[in-house]
Design a protein around this ligand. Structure first.
Ligand SMILES: [Cu+2]
Length: 185
């Protein structure tokens, strides 16, 4: 037990020492040094602390498909105003039995989807989940109606989560002019 306490204590002290010494050396190292101790010392509470809390989820929506469609997808822009990359590793929604992070590729004129283990939202940047690209695949959906507010929860690699509300819509809600500065593949 004493050993555990000692480890936690040193983890708490480390960021201060690192912050004092690191800046003159490399820009990237303070972030890398600061992040792991912070999450290791603090048990992430779902929906509050943790890496996922750094994300702003905007323009989230779930595609409403014709009756009978088994699966659908959710889209959003994930913005990260923090100085550390945020890694999204999963998603959940009460309207789906199972959700996966998916990517989309075009091969020989055929669009295919594939599961991705993680979506990295770069520090100071964003990740765009949009039709034809990255998305949250929702399996065995309960078919929300247009206008419904759908709960969507994202999970991050430190175990933290963020829950947001996505608008059920047959097509992408019209928002600001869609200038995509950092479109995905
Ligand atoms: Cu998919």
């Amino acid at each position: 037990m004493k050993l555990v306490v000692a480890v936690v204590a040193s983890a708490l002290v480390l960021p201060v020492a690192a912050a004092a010494e690191a800046p003159p050396v490399v820009v990237a190292s303070p972030q890398a040094t600061l992040a792991p101790p912070a999450t290791a010392a603090t048990a992430p509470a779902p929906g509050s602390a943790g890496r996922c809390a750094a994300l702003s989820v905007v323009d989230a929506w779930v595609r409403v498909l014709p009756p009978g469609a088994k699966n659908t997808a959710a889209f959003a822009r994930l913005k990260n105003a923090s100085a550390v990359d945020v890694v999204v590793t999963g998603a959940q929604s009460p309207i789906a039995r199972r959700a996966e992070l998916h990517g989309t590729s075009m091969k020989s004129g055929v669009m295919r989807m594939y599961a991705v283990e993680r979506v990295v939202v770069p520090a100071g940047g964003e990740a765009v989940l949009a039709p034809g690209g990255l998305h949250v695949m929702l399996f065995d959906q309960t078919a929300p109606r247009p206008g419904d507010a759908v709960t969507l929860t994202l999970s991050c690699d430190d175990g933290s989560r963020q829950t947001t509300t996505a608008l059920a819509s047959a097509r992408a809600p019209t928002v600001a002019p869609s200038v995509a500065p950092q479109a995905g593949p």
